[in-house]
Ligand binder design. Structure first.
Ligand SMILES: NC(=O)c1ccc[n+]([C@@H]2O[C@H](COP(=O)([O-])OP(=O)(O)OC[C@H]3O[C@@H](n4cnc5c(N)ncnc54)[C@H](OP(=O)(O)O)[C@@H]3O)[C@@H](O)[C@H]2O)c1
Length: 319
């Protein structure tokens, strides 16, 4: 039997987690974890596979014979812009745990805004016992932009909580219990949306899509009047200054942001101190490293058995 090609691992995750995740992974195959200094300067030619997340700029010069590249995350914008990315299949990470985590974050944020949690936190700090009028989830329409793996799961779980759900994506979709809109129907979708959820990949088309003009088209007929913006996709899809202005002039009533144009978010960003804004540091759905390696291993097995790879990226579309 021919010797199995090693796998290059170049993941800028927490190093300890990568080391732990690699224990027992890729049985019978050498793993070259580039975080380990012993591999510094090692000849990587002849190696077929690499799992990458914010990899070193010279990776593809050092490894000129890759047959498949695996993204360490569900998004691939950080891979598609890597210098020298070879024209080979690019597989993104799709996994139950990642999907579940994102839906947890989306449902949590929708509930925080629905239940006016910031207002109650403020009251609690001031030792004020006072109830606010309380709409229920069924009074709110959550509009999800991006109906892929994450968007569809989020919709299912929002429905369980009782939210009305609608969705928008490039191509038309059919989702039980949710009205859906295709690329050309954006304005109609926005006009019905009280809480807007962003779960779009970052591509040339989605860059800066969450901007002042888009926010001005959202529904103002929800129980709180002003709409809420929740972004778990990519920071490059939003215009931060427009979000701040929209929150200040009342176009938006609140926001939950896990992603930003510049990460880490500057300590001087106004978002940290805005009463109606929840900030999380790009942790809505972190990749579980063990699950990532299991997924890469499974796809390599498929590839070597002549089966088609799954979760392939369409380079032209950019996701
Ligand atoms: N914050 C975090 O921790 C975190 C974690 C994981 C992922 N993410 C982000 O979440 C994104 C979505 O993940 P996913 O797995 O759901 O991706 P996916 O399965 O590829 O789905 C992407 C969705 O976006 C739609 N879309 C793409 N470009 C569009 C455009 N120009 N106009 C309208 N719709 C467009 C697609 O439309 P079609 O259905 O027509 O193709 C699809 O419905 C990732 O790309 C990543 O950036 C963030």
């Amino acid at each position: 039997m021919p010797e199995k090609s090693p796998v290059i691992v170049d993941l800028k995750f927490i190093p300890r987690e990568v080391e732990d995740g690699l224990r027992g992974a890729f049985a019978g195959r050498e793993v070259i974890n580039l975080a380990d200094p012993v591999h510094k300067g090692r000849d990587l030619s002849g190696i077929s596979y690499a799992a990458v997340w914010k990899s070193d700029p010279d990776l593809f010069t050092r490894a000129p014979d890759l047959k498949v590249v695996f993204s360490g995350g569900a998004g691939v914008d950080h891979v598609l812009t890597l210098p020298g990315l070879p024209d080979v299949p690019l597989v993104r990470f799709v996994d139950r745990s990642l999907t579940t985590r994102m839906s947890e974050w989306i449902v949590l944020q929708c509930l925080l805004h629905l239940r006016q949690h910031r207002a109650y936190e403020k009251q609690a700090r001031a030792h004020v016992w006072e109830d606010l009028s309380q709409p229920e989830a069924a009074d709110v329409t959550v509009g999800v932009m991006g109906l892929g793996v994450l968007g569809q799961d989020a919709i299912r779980k929002l429905q369980v909580m009782g939210f009305r759900t609608i969705g928008w994506s490039r191509s038309a979709k059919s989702i039980e219990g949710a009205e859906t809109f295709d690329g050309a129907q954006l304005d109609a979708f926005l006009g019905k949306t009280d809480f807007l959820v962003g779960l779009l990949p970052l591509t040339a088309e989605t860059k800066g899509i969450f901007n002042a003009q888009l926010f001005s088209k959202l529904s103002r007929n929800g129980p709180f009047g002003a709409p809420v913006f929740i972004n778990g996709g990519r920071g490059g899809s939003q215009v931060g200054t427009d979000i701040v202005a929209a929150l200040q002039d009342g176009t938006l009533g609140g926001a939950s942001l896990d992603v930003f144009e510049q990460e880490p978010l500057s300590a001087h960003s106004p978002f940290w101190d805005m009463d109606t804004v929840y900030v999380t540091p790009h942790v809505a759905a972190s990749s579980d490293v063990k699950a990532l390696f299991a997924h890469v291993e499974q796809q390599i097995d498929r590839f070597e058995s002549g089966l088609p790879l799954q979760h392939l990226v369409d380079r032209k579309a950019g996701y």
